[in-house]
Design a protein around this ligand. Structure first.
Ligand code: PLP
Length: 512
């Protein structure tokens, strides 16, 4: 028996569990995977609900002419056990069966429509493969199928946690159950709301999914609700984030700064739950090298351990790309996911000052991500772990405030890889400039400047911090560098560990 209460069902479209099975697209899945692993480690009563994707998120490869193309692979799961449960969800006019699998070793159940005599057995085919009706079908499996799976397994959660709006239809199913037992819509909504909490992630309005009301009805996702009732919850078009904010008793954003951004974003929508800030965190055993934690008080052993991880990164890059990097030169890691707000080219826009340093090899940069890939790979879990443990510096230059949290920087910090970052996402909460890493840009963002002005401002600030602080410390003051590594580890290893996040979720979301 867990010493904690209440019992929580956590719904998420994606979980990153291990690198080979790429059933995740990015930060959302990484967070969900870390959360479920942490709940198990620390004995919190959380049960995860997700989907058993037949094919993961697209992997991008480069053809022999240098053009990128997307590839999808069928995954073979070797870590699942069949619970024997099958639940049904009526999607359009078909009763679609959802088999319920349990991930061995983790409190996580995955739904699966891929069996031969099942109508619409393609639904769990591809993570984020589609946007319209097909996406709704996938979300109906997760939400409606998820609640029915819990019933079939005899699990009675006290709290339902929707990680992103994808899980919203679970709320619809809970409403339906109550209305079937004689509650009117308003009473049912009130009761359902007392059991639901919601985490919002994306700080960009267009990134929040919405659908025409007619599509929701055509798919059967309204399960009995009228148009007026649907509009009351999600508006028209039906916005999944707004709906989740209105069907929950409490919501959270994923960092303190993101809390401000999210409240500003949704301030004109009445009847939404309060959005508090609970900063994301990471599962230390997955991401942090144990010798970095163990040697934190021993400067020379810490430096040796770091060099060992830097060498394995250099080997890894050589194997994948044929390029040999120099162990004695500053190595900057950067995850270049193909989203504009990350501004992966910022550092290359300054020819005058940085180009000579790059040519001389005083600065070496490893980029990883779609379109300019490390050989044929995306930024996946393996590359993420290599880069955030083997680089000297972790560079992050989003257009503030569009990075909701940025957990890669936490992985780096705990591995003694010094963050050099815009004050966005989690970094304003941790940064002690010149002590445990560096900030640049002084917290200026899109609220202060036009995008173009901001890019110019931040580029100058980046050049300044690199040439005046990062490089001189690295090349001329090794003991100061090691002190900063120690501070980086010490100042983050508790505050940004998944255990702190679990504690706060229970305290401020679930029990509240
Ligand atoms: C940690 C991690 C993330 C988190 O997102 P960032 O925006 O990079 O902080 C995304 N993808 C992978 C593969 C990761 O390991």
């Amino acid at each position: 028996m867990s010493k904690h209460t209440p019992k929580v069902a956590y719904f998420c479209m994606e979980y990153a569990l291990k690198s080979e099975i790429k059933t995740y697209a990015g930060g959302l899945g990484i967070l969900a995977g870390d959360y479920i692993k942490g709940a198990k480690d620390h004995d919190y009563p959380v049960i995860g609900i997700g989907i058993k994707w037949k094919q993961g998120y697209s992997e991008q490869h480069i053809d022999k002419f240098g053009k990128p193309y997307d590839a999808y692979r069928n995954y073979s799961y070797d870590n699942l056990e069949d619970t024997g449960a099958v639940v049904y969800v009526k999607i359009r006019e078909n009763n679609v069966g959802c088999k319920v699998w349990k991930v061995k070793e983790l409190p996580l159940y995955l739904l699966d429509t891929d069996f031969s005599d099942n109508p619409d057995n393609w639904i769990t085919g591809q993570l984020y493969g589609w946007f319209g009706e097909e996406r709704i079908a996938q979300e109906m499996v997760l939400g409606i199928g998820g609640v029915r799976a819990l019933n079939a397994l005899g699990i009675k959660p006290d709290v339902y946690h929707f990680n992103e709006g994808h899980a919203f239809f679970a709320g619809m199913e809970l409403l339906r159950e109550l209305m079937e037992h004689g509650n009117c819509f308003d009473d049912a909504l009130k009761k359902v709301r007392s059991k639901i909490v919601f985490t919002t992630h994306t700080p960009i309005v267009q990134g929040n999914e919405s659908h025409p009301i007619s599509r929701i009805i055509y798919m059967g996702a309204n399960i009995g609700l009228s148009i007026e009732q649907l509009v009351q919850i999600g508006g028209s078009p039906f916005n999944m984030t707004v709906a989740a904010l209105r069907i929950s008793k409490k919501s959270n954003a994923v960092a303190e700064l993101h809390k401000e951004t999210a409240n500003e974003m949704w301030k004109d929508y009445p009847n939404c739950s309060e959005i508090i800030g609970i900063t994301n965190a990471i599962h230390i055993p997955t991401w942090v090298k144990s010798d970095m934690l163990k040697n934190v008080d021993n400067p020379s052993a810490l430096w040796e351990a770091h060099l060992k991880h830097k060498e394995s990164l250099i080997d890894f890059v050589q194997t994948r790309t044929g390029t040999l990097l120099n162990k004695n030169k500053l190595l900057i890691g950067f995850s270049r996911r193909a989203v504009a707000y990350k501004r992966s080219d910022l550092i290359f826009q300054d020819d005058a000052q940085l180009a000579p340093l790059l040519t001389e090899g005083k600065i070496q940069i490893i980029f990883s991500g779609k379109s300019h890939p490390l050989d044929d790979a995306d930024y996946d879990m393996e590359i993420g772990a290599m880069l955030t443990s083997g680089s000297d510096v972790w560079l992050n230059n989003p257009r503030r405030p569009q990075e909701a949290s940025g957990t890669s920087g936490m992985k780096a910090a705990m591995n003694g890889v010094l963050n050099c970052s815009i004050l966005d996402g989690w970094w304003p909460e941790a940064c002690d400039h010149g002590v445990n890493g560096w900030q640049f840009g002084e917290g200026k963002g899109l609220n202060d400047f036009s995008p173009e002005e901001l890019d110019n401002h931040d580029r100058r600030a980046l050049v300044e911090v690199l040439t005046k602080e990062v490089l001189p410390t690295y090349y001329n003051n090794n003991s100061k560098w090691i002190e900063m590594m120690q501070e980086s580890i010490r100042s983050t290893k508790e505050d940004f560990a998944i255990r702190r996040m679990l504690e706060e979720y229970f305290e401020y979301l679930y029990k509240a």
